[in-house]
Design a protein around this ligand. Structure first.
Ligand code: ATP
Ligand code: MG
Length: 435
């Protein structure tokens, strides 16, 4: 008989209360910041037709050739869980004709959500992970590249992350890349036998991918490879120079790494990564990555539309926050806790918390008919500002005691008054009175 597996799938996480507040903080920070930059949210399906991803990300990339969660649905359609956000958004941009004249250019969107890649799980590498990303469509202006990178850096600054570095490179236009591709093949061929199996295959299929290899043997060979920056044509060089001088004009420090290529095929011109080198994380990790993709909209059937975007991994941002020991502000406050004493108060306690919430305050109560001491302990633990005490005597007289837990001040109110004007009673009870 098949053994039952009641555990979560390998490479996935349950985000439990206590941790989810941190996720909300990260997502909220992003939403507020992106609004300042005039990005609007887009939500696309979690799964797409296989071709959308294969065509965009590239058949010979690791993502498509090894890491896809693809399957045939009951209607024999080849679909895949999305491994990244850009291809689906470009598909949606084309399908919904967001390039139309009625839309302001650049058309700027952001997304937040889960992505799926069949990878070997380790710290900061999961099979279901989560990305926050942005895309700007319709401008080839290098100022878009720089504004986008500046926004990513702003985000980390707002989160309180300090140890970040910006690494940039240019892949040039198609002509430049073609020239470089040949130079790279010429360089790599004599080392073919020394390369990893994967890179030997990459050398034939997609030589730029060899530069992205994490294999130490490959890394050694690649270190001496020709630089793509020496193969940029006039237009490509001008774009990259503009990006660098604009970064400098904003006093944003950066380093150029001419071996950086990224794991996706759709990029051209500027690409970038933001690395974190906080002590404790051990090695440097990439927390954010992106670049320009001027031909992807056309590839998926739309009109020629230059574009720029990036994505960051929320799990890696969390690891970075932890490594830098950033304290995330968590609001833990409760306006009122109702202590109900005796079975008879059950119904009135129910009505009370509902009434308090109806006035727009947060409220909770005991449901287990516990002793007074235990209920007060919970009220303290929940940081309740006011504690209502409703015993059977109070109930009989249509009254309730309200105590301000900070000042210790306690007063008895008619239940009818609480139901009618709790907002005023709340003000009365929380305004500190010295007599
Ligand atoms: P890596 O080189 O680490 O595999 P990548 O080049 O595959 O990253 P992208 O596809 O550019 O990464 O994704 C952007 C960001 O998403 C990464 O910088 C990282 O923060 C995050 N990310 C990518 N893959 C994973 C994963 N399997 N688990 C967690 N986060 C991930
Ligand atoms: Mg990867």
């Amino acid at each position: 008989m098949k053994k039952m597996n009641y555990q979560r799938p390998k490479g996935t996480n349950d985000i439990l209360p206590g941790a989810s507040e941190k996720w909300q903080f990260i997502e909220e920070t992003a939403r507020l910041l992106f609004r300042d930059y005039q990005y609007q949210e887009i939500r696309t399906p979690i799964f797409e037709h296989y071709e959308v991803i294969a065509r965009s990300v590239g058949d010979t990339t690791d993502i498509v050739s090894k890491e896809m969660y693809d399957f045939y649905d009951k209607g024999e359609r080849h679909v895949t869980l999305r491994p990244e956000g850009t291809a689906p958004i470009v598909r949606s941009f084309v399908e919904n004709k967001l390039y139309g004249p009625e839309y302001t250019k650049p058309y700027k969107m952001f997304y937040v959500g889960p992505m799926f890649r069949y990878e070997r799980p380790q710290a900061g590498r999961l099979r279901q992970f989560h990305q926050i990303g942005v895309e700007a469509f319709g401008s080839a202006n290098p100022a878009v590249d720089v504004e986008s990178m500046a926004m990513a850096l702003d985000f980390f600054k707002q989160l309180g992350i300090k140890h970040v570095s910006l690494v940039i490179n240019s892949l040039g236009d198609k002509e430049s890349r073609q020239a470089y591709r040949q130079a790279l093949i010429d360089y790599l061929l004599p080392f073919e036998a020394e390369l990893s199996q994967d890179s030997q295959r990459r050398l034939r299929e997609n030589p730029l991918r060899v530069l992205d290899s994490k294999d130490p043997k490959d890394k050694k060979v690649v270190a001496q490879a020709p630089s793509i920056l020496d193969y940029l044509n006039e237009t490509s060089r001008a774009h990259f120079e503009a990006v660098k001088s604009m970064l400098a004009s904003l006093s944003i420090p950066f380093v150029v790494d001419s071996n950086m290529v990224r794991g996706l095929d759709y990029y051209s011109h500027t690409i970038f990564e933001i690395m974190n080198d906080a002590k404790g994380l051990g090695t440097q990790t990439t927390i954010c990555a992106g670049g320009r993709y001027d031909h992807l909209v056309e590839e998926l059937g739309g009109p020629a539309t230059p574009a720029f975007g990036f994505a960051m991994g929320i799990e890696r941002v969390l690891l970075t926050l932890e490594a830098e020991e950033v304290i995330i502000p968590v609001i833990e406050e409760l306006d009122a806790y109702v202590v109900g004493l005796g079975e008879a108060t059950n119904m009135e306690s129910l009505k009370l918390v509902q009434a308090i919430r109806g006035f727009g305050f947060s409220a909770d109560r005991d449901f287990l008919n516990r002793k007074a001491k235990a209920q007060f302990k919970t009220a303290n633990k929940l940081n309740a500002k006011l504690v209502f005490t409703l015993g059977e005597d109070e109930l009989a007289q249509g009254q309730v005691k309200i105590k301000n837990m900070t000042s210790g001040h306690e007063q008895t109110y008619a239940l009818a008054d609480v139901y009618a004007t709790f907002d005023e009673i709340y003000d009365e009870m929380t305004t500190i009175m010295f007599e």
